[in-house]
Each structure stands twice: as C-alpha cells, then as structure tokens.
Design a protein around this ligand. Structure first.
Ligand code: IMP
Length: 200
C-alpha cells in the first residue's frame, strides 16, 4: 500500500510540473530553478514602493501586456495604494523558445487614456519589439505621460532603444518560464522562474 502511494505521488509530481531537485520538465524541455518566488516577491515590493512614491496624486492607468504579464500585473496592482485603474492589451511575438521578430496585436486598448498617466506592465523585455509596438499604439491615444515597468530585462538580447523606468532585474539571454512566462503556453502556473537547461 505504502509503495503504491509513493508511486502515485511520483507520477503526480511529474504530471503536475512540481519541481523535484530544482529541475523540471515542461513541454518536453528541461528547466532549472532560476529565481525563487521569494525573490520575485521582493522585486515586486520594491517596484510598488517606488511607484507609490513617484506617482502619488496622479490619475494612473496601468496597462498590462498579456499574456505573460498577467501574474506580475495582478501582484503589482495589489501593492499599489493610489486610486488607479488597470487595462490590458494582448500581443504575441514568441514561438517556442524564440522570438518571431514580429509583434502581433491580438487585443488592443479598450480604455480611454487621453491625458492620463499610463504605466505599462511588461513581464520580460527581450528584443524590445513588443514594448516599442505597444508604446507606439498607446501614444496614438495621447496620454499625458507613459512609464514602463518590467520584471525582467534581457539586456544582451535587446535591439531597441528602450527606456525602462522601473525594473525588477536584468537577466542573461536565456529562455525562462514561470510566474506567467510560458513555453508555447506551458509553465505559466509555476510560482518560481526557471531557465532552460539545454536548447534542442
Ligand atoms: P520582445 O518583444 O522580444 O521584447 O519580447 C517580449 C515578449 O516575448 C514578452 O512579453 C514575452 O511574452 C515573450 N518573451 C520574451 N522572452 C521570453 C522568455 O524567455 N520566456 C517566455 N517568454 C518570453
């Protein structure tokens, strides 16, 4: 009986992507633990602290970039003390573990931002193409000002001249998943962030 329980637990761990020894397999690829949820939480705390200080008294609308930023945006907005709104746009530029080099807008902005302070929430900035495209679209709506928040920044991969006003941390040019970030839709549910072990 005990043996059967252990066997069942192992199978359950495997199929539910729960990390064993800091290495996991997601969508046929191996990933290793990279940033623990406690560190992520600290980064979100710090960004929220600065935003609460810098934007106090302003009419703020946050704009999260789906899908990747949905968890970061949800965590960040709950730490924001000022009166604010949140909206989302949806883009796609990644296939598997690589950028396509082309940003597709799947859902555009549905809210009025004219004259408002806009804070863009991006999970990760890689080439910078997505941010550039989203900023271009937002500027057409004539906001008073736009700030950019990003949890992660792959500075070595960036080909655009991006201005990040509030950053969690820079990371090397490795493919990562977890905390909203995905590999073909998989791995978003992981609490920690993992980086790919060997690209195939
Ligand atoms: P960029 O347009 O190349 O800057 O890429 C931005 C978008 O690509 C992010 O919003 C993510 O959705 C996705 N992305 C970039 N790097 C990664 C990664 O390492 N893992 C998962 N998604 C990524």
């Amino acid at each position: 009986m005990k043996h059967r329980v252990v066997k069942f637990a192992k199978q359950w761990y495997k199929s539910n992507l729960i990390p064993m020894e800091d290495t996991i397999k997601v969508h046929g690829k191996e990933f290793e633990l990279f940033i623990r949820s406690s560190e992520i939480s600290g980064m979100v705390d710090e960004i929220a602290l600065k935003l609460n200080h810098d934007l106090e008294g302003k009419d703020v609308i946050f704009v999260g970039i789906l899908n990747g930023a949905f968890i970061f945006a949800a965590d960040l907005i709950r730490r924001i003390k000022m009166n604010c709104r949140i909206s989302f746009v949806k883009t796609a530029s990644y296939k598997g573990t690589q950028t396509t080099g082309h940003v597709e807008t799947l859902i555009g902005l549905g809210d009025e931002i004219k004259g408002k302070t806009v804070v863009v929430i991006e999970d990760i900035i890689d080439t910078g193409l997505t941010l550039e495209e989203v900023l271009k679209q937002l500027r057409n709506h004539q906001p008073a000002e736009i700030f950019v928040v990003a949890l992660l920044f792959k500075c070595d991969a960036c080909i655009k001249d991006v201005r990040i006003d509030y950053l969690g941390r820079e990371i090397p040019n490795d493919f990562v998943i977890g905390y909203g970030l995905d590999c073909d839709g998989h791995g978003r549910n992981l609490r920690d962030i993992y980086k790919i072990k060997n690209l195939c």
